[in-house]
Each structure stands twice: as C-alpha cells, then as structure tokens.
Design a protein around this ligand. Structure first.
Ligand code: UD1
Ligand code: UDP
Length: 361
C-alpha cells in the first residue's frame, strides 16, 4: 500500500508504480491511498494523468488544517484503510505530513513500513519536514536511501538494519521523462522564452512563506533579477495566498507568475533555464540532473552534494545574498563535473525487488 498526498510524492511514486505494473505479475499489486493533502487539479490530478499513475483506490480528502489536526485525521483514516486492506508493506515517500501519518498508522498496526528517500537531514528541527522524516525513518523496516550521505546520516543515528542506497527515484523520473519533456513540451514557446534566456523560480517552504520579511526579501530579489533576465515563477497555492495576504502580488508584474505547471512542463522549463532559484528539495536536485546552476533560498539543504560540487548555492532569503549568489551562479561553468551521486536510474526496480524479497520474512 502506497500512502501519498503531496505533489513531489506523486512524481516519486510514479516511478515505483510503473515498475510494479511492468512486473505484470500476479504476486505483486499496489493499493494507492491519497490522503488529499494536495487537491487542486494542478497540484494533484494532472500528475496522475500525465505520469500514468493508477487512480487512487482511496482518497481521504484531508487537507489544510494545522499540522497536528491534518496529521491526526490522516492517521485515523489511514489506519482504517490499512486494517481493511491488510497490506504486506506500507510504502511512504519523502517527508510530508502524509508520510508521517502513513508510517505511524502502519507501524502501530505492526505492518512493516518502507520509506523511500530515507536518511535525509537538514539538521534544522524547526522544519516540519525534518520532524516527519526522522520519525518516518525510525518507524521503518526498510530504509531506501537515495545517496551515500543519507546512509551515513542514518548510521550516525544508529540506524543500519534495513538501510540500503538504491539511488534516487527522482533521477529515475528525469531519465524516463526528460527527453520527452524537452521534445514535446510547448511551454518555452508559449511563454516566449529562449534557451538559457530566463531564470526559473519556485518558493513554497513554510519558513519562507510564513515569515513576511523573508517573503518580501525573496520576491524583491526576484524582481531585481527580472530587470536583466525574465523570471518565470510557477506559484504554489500556499505562496499565492501569502503574496495576496501581504499585498505583494500587485507589485510583481515584472515576474512571469504562472499557475503551478505539470511535471513535463516543469522539467522542460528546468532544462531551458539559465539558472534555477528555489526552496524546493526536488527542484534543487533536478537542476543538478540537468546541469543547470541553482540558488537555494534557504540556510541549509538536505542535498549537500549539489552544494559541495558548486552547482547549488545557499542564499537564505536576504536580497543582497540572493543577488550575490545569482551573480556567481549565472556564470557557473556548465562544463563543471557532475559526479553521479544519485544512482543509475534504477532505484524503483531495486525498491520493488527488496519489497518482494522481504515479504515472506
Ligand atoms: C507540503 C509539505 C512540504 C512539501 C510540499 C510540496 C508538509 C508539512 N509539507 O507543503 O514538505 O515540500 O507540500 O509541495 O507536509 N493548498 C492549496 N491547494 C493545494 C494544496 C495546498 O490551496 O492543492 C494550500 C492550502 O491553503 C494549504 C496550504 O496550501 O493550507 C499549504 O498546504 P500543505 O499541504 O499544508 O503544505 P505545503 O506548503 O503544500
Ligand atoms: N513541480 C512541478 N510543477 C511545478 C513546480 C514543481 O511539476 O509547478 C515538480 C518539480 O519538477 C519536482 C517536484 O514538483 O519534481 C517538487 O515538488 P515541490 O517543490 O512541491 O516539493 P519539494 O520537493 O520541495 O518537497
């Protein structure tokens, strides 16, 4: 049983769902439980359609609310589904409230949990994601790490049993979809953008959107960059609301603000961008996969390999720092090395093999 609910989880789970279906075997099937955490058409359904993910067997319809209320209601509802379906495994992805609820519901029922994207750490406990991922890792029987750094993080916490580096399912996803996106997406044309002639920005982290000074700093810096390079900004619904509450949206006509785009459109934009500016975990990594320099609007990142190799710079949210990082990254040499930190594009196959192998135990 796969428990998911947020945009990046649809993209990650699509890779594993595909290998489960390709296995075309009677000994494995998947029940998909959508918590409802992300519910807008552009945040949910579009990914199921574009990535050919089977429609969820259950949609729990739980979204919004405070962290505790959202997670609590999900916990109760997932528990009921686990009791009914009696899965061999509950599979959870990443670090959202849906991840936490899925892992906790299963562990309490003594159904083994497998965590995809285990072992990531920001070492910043103020992030809701850090709490979610630490608890999910602690509750999991198999911990599928995307990198060696993730394996080492778990070892420092005394977690070694069931830990394996399978590679990153998001790398699987770009290998599967990257060329198709580039060849078929019309988004660069539709937005009248030229190759390497624009910056791509996203922002949705709670620590940025819920802090007015940070939000003002980020959009101010993006507006300054837009004086020299078009800035395309697909706006997450959380951010759209905050910009409007803070009265900032009216002054942002210099930015090309668009609704959230589909995965194929997003990775077409990433491949065409001169530079990516983001606080997203997934987008930082995709910039690296495509060899596009990145600026991360945070003080730390879980994906330290991207920073250590020079492809990513941490800027925080102060305009002076963002603009300084932009000056460096826009000139960053695209010939720079990109070591293979994230596996070989076969993470999903390894995940399915491990689930099969361990079922009878
Ligand atoms: C969640 C995850 C975050 C992940 C992000 C991916 C948690 C704690 N956070 O953050 O780790 O990086 O998803 O995008 O799980 N909203 C809509 N429509 C939607 C979805 C959200 O309007 O389809 C609005 C709602 O007002 C909601 C707010 O966005 O209250 C925040 O949504 P929520 O799912 O709580 O957190 P995200 O910021 O999306
Ligand atoms: N993404 C997308 N459309 C968008 C913005 C992001 O398809 O408008 C994709 C992006 O390519 C990546 C994933 O969503 O695969 C990242 O999700 P998000 O930034 O919401 O969450 P995070 O990775 O920070 O948890």
């Amino acid at each position: 049983m796969t428990v998911l609910g947020a945009r990046p989880q649809f993209i990650k789970a699509a890779t594993v769902s595909r290998v489960i279906r390709d296995a075309a075997s009677v000994d494995v099937s998947e029940v998909i439980v959508h918590t409802g955490q992300h519910y807008d058409e552009a945040m949910s359904r579009i990914f199921f359609e574009e990535l050919d993910i089977p429609s969820p067997h259950y949609n729990l319809g739980i979204s919004g609310l405070s962290h505790g209320a959202m997670t609590g209601r999900m916990l109760e509802a997932v528990e009921t589904v686990v009791q009914r379906e009696k899965p061999d495994w509950v599979l959870v992805y990443g670090d959202t409230n849906s991840t936490l609820a899925g892992a906790l519901a299963a562990a309490k029922l003594r159904v083994p949990v497998a965590h995809v994207e285990a072992g990531l750490r920001s070492f910043n406990m103020r992030m809701p994601e850090e709490i979610n991922r630490i608890v999910a890792d602690r509750l999991s029987t198999i911990l599928f790490c995307p990198t060696d750094v993730a394996v080492a993080n778990l070892a420092r916490e005394g977690l070694t049993a069931g830990v394996q580096n399978v590679g990153d399912v998001m790398y699987d996803a770009v290998l599967y979809c990257g060329a198709k996106a580039r060849n078929t997406s019309r988004i660069l044309r539709d937005l009248r953008l030229t190759e390497s002639g624009f910056a791509l920005a996203t922002c949705h982290r709670q620590e940025n959107t819920e802090d007015p000074a940070r939000m003002v700093g980020i959009v101010g810096a993006l507006a300054t960059i837009a004086d020299e390079l078009p800035v395309v900004f697909p706006v997450h619904p959380r951010t759209r609301k905050r910009l409007s509450e803070l009265g900032l949206d009216a002054g942002l006509s210099r930015l090309r603000m668009v609704e959230p785009v589909s995965y194929l459109e997003m990775i077409a934009l990433e491949q065409g961008a001169r530079v990516v500016i983001t606080d997203s975990g997934g987008v930082q990594k995709e910039a690296f996969f495509f060899g596009v320099p990145c600026i991360t609007l945070r003080e730390e990142t879980e994906w330290v390999e991207t920073v250590n190799s020079g492809w990513n710079r941490l800027s925080g949210a102060a305009p002076v720092q963002i603009l300084a990082a932009y000056e460096v990254q826009k000139e960053f040499g695209r010939h720079a090395g990109r070591p293979n930190f994230f596996g070989d594009g076969r993470a999903a196959e390894r995940i399915l093999s491990a689930l099969r192998r361990n079922r009878a135990e």
